[in-house]
Design a protein around this ligand. Structure first.
Ligand SMILES: [Zn+2]
Length: 338
């Protein structure tokens, strides 16, 4: 390093006095800057599972910012000024594009970044919102539809907005994101294509493993806290029969609890799944005196993060995300004897 510095200093001294030396010095500095690694990408995602889908496509130097922090509910969420600053300098913004992350929409319209919305991708699987059976929701009632707090009443959703719960939708976002990344980093196109291929193969293996494990509990009826898991249930043929909360922000009334208990006793519900962000008392009250067991499901992947040795990680990779959901279903439904 020392001799190099000495040469540079000599050249710099000469450059001050000689136009030729100055030209050679300046052009070699310019050449060095050109050869320097290309800018790192700043990717912003609204909710943690989206980061878990696309992280394996990125380089070490690229950065993912997750707007919704672990343990925070997307319901009624507001962006902080510091997050608006992050949005201003982001290269790519990924969102679900449903009421779940509607809080980013008005800012998304004002920024330069490339954007991908899961809901807009052509091959994305969309399931209708559930309204039959215990999934009784009167669409005319504001508090009955699963429209969250962050809903947009002028544009009611005809489909279930939890699109990230579908592995097939995850694949679509991965493929579309890889395509955008190849445009943003053309010199890394081959590397990105290879990463995509490996990641999709890994997800395929995880998908098959989930399917095999869940087969044993397919018949077991269960209730969830709110209707967030339909895509997962559909994918693996699970038997979800209803949700405790009709609107995720409104605790169930005593009347609703009594009504559900009646149905539970008649319908042999094996498990009730709570969610980490919500109080568990009402569900315990619901399960008391019935044969139903209590389990826990996390639609954002927070449980894993809490147990992780690296608390700074704001998301888990999508294969782990679907694995922990599988494990939670198997743990509760598998232990139930009805
Ligand atoms: Zn939800």
């Amino acid at each position: 390093m020392k001799p190099l510095l000495k040469i540079a200093r000599v050249w710099l001294q000469r450059a001050v006095f000689s136009p030729i030396y100055f030209f050679v010095f300046a052009s070699s500095l310019f050449g060095f800057l050109l050869a320097a690694p290309v800018q790192a990408l700043q990717i912003t995602v609204t909710v943690p599972p989206l980061a878990g889908m696309i992280a394996p496509l990125l380089d070490q130097e690229d950065h993912i910012e997750v707007l919704l922090k672990p343990g925070v509910s997307p319901h009624g969420f507001q962006l902080k000024p510091s997050q608006l600053a992050v949005l201003q300098k982001t290269d790519l913004l990924l969102s679900v594009g449903t009421p779940v992350d509607a809080w980013v929409t008005k800012f998304a319209a004002r920024i330069q970044a490339k954007q991908l919305r899961l809901a807009d991708l052509t091959a994305v699987e969309k399931l209708p919102m559930r309204i039959g059976g215990i999934w009784e929701k009167s669409l005319g009632d504001k508090h009955a539809g699963h429209d969250h707090e962050h809903d947009d009443h002028s544009n009611p959703l005809s489909f279930d907005g939890h699109l990230w719960m579908s592995m097939s939708n995850a694949r679509q976002l991965i493929m579309q994101t890889a395509q955008v990344l190849r445009v943003l980093k053309p010199h890394k196109a081959q590397q990105i294509a290879l990463a995509q291929e490996q990641w999709l193969a890994q997800l395929q293996a995880q998908d098959e493993q989930n399917r095999a494990r869940l087969q044993a509990v397919q018949d077991k009826a269960f209730l969830v806290l709110h209707d967030a898991f339909q895509y997962f249930e559909h994918q693996y043929g699970l038997n979800g029969v209803g949700s405790v909360r009709l609107n995720p922000d409104v605790p169930p009334s005593l009347k609703r609890i009594a009504e559900l208990r009646e149905r539970m006793i008649a319908g042999k519900v094996a498990c009730i799944f709570q969610e980490p962000q919500f109080p568990s008392k009402p569900l315990q009250r619901l399960a008391a005196g019935t044969s139903a067991k209590l389990g826990i499901l996390d639609p954002m992947g927070t449980l894993y993060i809490k147990q992780s040795a690296e608390p700074q990680e704001a998301y888990m990779l999508y294969d782990q995300f679907s694995e922990q959901l599988t494990a939670a279903f198997v743990a509760c439904l598998g232990a139930a004897h009805e």
